[in-house]
Ligand binder design. Structure first.
Ligand code: MEV
Length: 438
């Protein structure tokens, strides 16, 4: 039985490790050694990482990879990707090379509006609330003058505040629906600070509003928080080429390939079971860049999936069509990301990733991430409609299997050579390993 502990966060790192390893491992020294092995020898760097979060005991590695050869809006990029799944980076690189020869990717930021809401209860009618809101709106906006001063200098700030009546959904439920421009910052702290200020002003003004009854004066703030659903912070990335330039094999002509490709995309648009997996593949690319550039992949995930369901049924984030013998293929995805603030100036690998991208602003990063998602989806759908996914995937997964079975470098070399000409399956890898070891 694991004992309860009070004051854990106050313990030193060594004490925390001792508590953990004593109560959770039969071989506590071995567990301790694993944790210590992942400490950085540079003490300052280690401390920096520990201070990102609470109760940090060690570091957790993920591969930091690059996918070269991307052309986006006629500019060359090498895209940094942080992801553990084999074949994702290879698929991105292959897609980059393929579309490079066909004009590259074109990307456009459609809009950049962020959203936050003050959710509150008001024991009165919309008719009473509306003139009150109209009267206090200038005060609400003025109340964040100091908070938004820096943001305004950079071209951002609060865009608007509107009153929303939600009483059809929940009795007495209203919102201040607020929109923001946060320029190169993701803006979560800025938005939440503004919202909490609006909430306070709303409550105070209601309390002093002569035309409200005592019940109406007692507005209850339920919560003030940004929304990760950002349907007006959307980027579109696109590729297109004549059908004659699409893959052409004995089994599948270019025209048949184009038609099969579009059909696969239509299935993802119409069939939620497929759409979820299809979008998961897109997020393989999106999350990898979001993570490498120090952005919040949970926010991006939540927002992307909500957007995929915006028309009432979960659907694909990518689309394709054929017109005048040309295949056009695109992604539209909401991406609230930042290139300043947060981890961007703190995490050395994030700084490096942004440098690799040429220190983009947030709009450019939105374009790059959308392209990574589209490229990833292209890699997946291309494999699915031709060879199937397992061929490439298992080839990349081969080293994982060999590592699981403690293969030596010599064994790895021999087995990789064997599977260059043979299909990788888990059982055949074990078979080959056994043959060598015998
Ligand atoms: C695997 O991580 C992602 C795929 O399943 C995506 C897809 O099916 O489109 C290959």
């Amino acid at each position: 039985m694991i004992p309860q502990i009070t004051g854990f966060s106050k313990l030193s790192k060594e004490e925390k490790i001792n508590w953990l390893t004593t109560h959770h491992f039969s071989e506590s020294e071995k567990a301790k050694e694993t944790l210590l092995n992942y400490w950085n020898t540079d003490k300052k760097l280690q401390q920096l990482h520990e201070e990102f979060a609470e109760n940090t005991l060690s570091n957790f590695y993920l591969p930091f990879s690059i996918a070269p050869n991307f052309t986006i809006n006629n500019k060359g990029y090498t895209i940094p990707m942080t992801i553990e799944e084999s074949s994702v980076v290879a698929a991105a690189s292959n897609a980059a090379k393929f579309w490079n020869k066909r004009g590259g990717f074109k990307a456009t930021v459609i809009n950049t509006e962020k959203i936050g809401q003050v959710h509150f209860s008001f024991a009165g009618s919309l008719e009473k609330l509306t003139p009150f809101f109209t009267a206090i709106k200038p005060k609400l906006l003025a109340s964040v003058n100091t908070i938004e001063a820096n943001m305004k200098k950079r071209g951002g700030g609060v865009l608007d505040i509107s009153l929303r009546d939600k009483t059809n959904a929940i009795p007495n439920y209203f919102q201040l629906h607020c929109t923001f421009e946060t320029v190169d910052a993701m803006g979560a702290n800025f938005i939440n600070t503004c919202l909490e200020q609006f909430a306070q002003v709303l409550q105070e003004e209601a309390f002093n509003y002569a035309l409200f009854s005592d019940d109406e004066k007692a507005i209850e703030i339920i919560m003030s928080i940004l929304s990760n659903y950002v349907p007006n912070c959307v980027v579109r990335a696109e590729v297109s080429c004549p059908i004659s330039e699409l893959p052409n094999t004995d089994q599948l002509s270019s025209t048949a390939y184009a038609e099969k490709f579009v059909r696969a995309l239509t299935i993802a648009e119409k069939e939620p079971y497929r759409a979820v997996t299809h979008n998961k593949g897109i997020m393989n690319g999106v999350d990898a860049v979001v993570l490498a550039t120090g952005n919040d992949f949970r926010a991006i995930e939540a927002g992307a999936h909500a957007y995929a369901a915006k028309d009432g049924q979960y659907s694909s984030l990518t689309h394709a069509y054929i017109k005048h013998n040309t295949l056009t293929y695109y992604i539209e995805i909401p991406l609230a990301v930042g290139t300043v603030g947060g981890l961007t100036s703190l995490h050395p690998m994030v700084k490096l990733a942004l440098q690799i991208l040429g220190n983009p602003n947030a709009k450019e990063l939105m374009q790059i991430i959308a392209v990574a998602g589209l490229a990833q989806n292209f890699g997946a759908v291309n494999s699915l409609i031709t060879t199937g996914i397992q061929k490439g995937h298992m080839k990349m997964h081969l080293l994982n299997i060999l590592n699981q079975h403690q293969a030596t470098n010599a064994e790895k070399e021999q087995i990789v050579k064997f599977f260059a000409k043979n299909t990788v399956t888990h059982s055949e890898v074990l078979n080959q390993l056994a043959l060598i070891r015998a």
